[in-house]
Design a protein around this ligand. Sequence first.
Ligand SMILES: [Fe+2]
Length: 291
Amino acid sequence: MEKGIKAKNGKASLLDVVRHLIRKGVGLPTLPATAQKVVAATQDPDCTPAQLEAIVRQDPALAARIIKMVNSSFFAGMKEIHTLPEAFMRLGFARVKDLALAVGIKNAYKGVQGHLRKELEYLWKNAVASGTACREIAQACGHANPEESFLAGLVHDIGSAFIIQVLHGLGKKDPTIASLPENTLKELLAALHPTVGAEMLESWHFPATICHAVRHHHAPENAGQEDHLAWLLFAGDLIVRKLGLDGAPPQEDISLATHPSFQTLKLTDLEIGKLLVDLEEKAREIDAALG
Ligand SMILES: [Fe+2]
């Protein structure tokens, strides 16, 4: 354990320790090879259902989880399916791509016990809701690729998931960290997660546009004038919070139309209204399959 961790200024020193561990100590986590291939395939506009199916087949556990999800409660009452081609047929290529991505990424949200586990579960729910919101916003505004936007939304807070895992590891040796006050945890995550997330995704060879947008998703004005993806992530977060799609109480007072993110994306009041209605339905559907 580093000396600074017990310093009076606990927050600053803990920030340094976590940053140091991520950079030098524990290193960044790896993404399984199949998940990396799924990411590459889903971002390739020329990828065919047969090619994606071939990749998923290489990982029987991934294939089994996709089939299990297709048989989830949302599709209850329909004939149970047992094969990937049946999954493609029932859901369509676009939805299978979303499922394959989500199953691949979900591993990054595991491995923690105790109160931090709740935080990870919330982050996963938020990731799925954000991916769905970002895809719908991209479709509505026409400034961003819906596939890329779904993936960006899914991983935009992945840095927080990893920091929680690091803290969980530290907490096993240090009771101060194991009982970290909630506001300190929140401040730590806020300070580090965009950079840590971007570095993780770079190490996983994610598209540079997604890494850049994740790095700037809390300050999209720093991402560059033409970077609609960073603004879109911000807009996705607002919409998720307004509707409470992540399971938190809805923040109905959030005004979308006047917010810089929606103005940058040039969405009209009418388009935003339609988006809100469509999203509630879609989010319920995807949450039932992935939650
Ligand atoms: Fe964030």
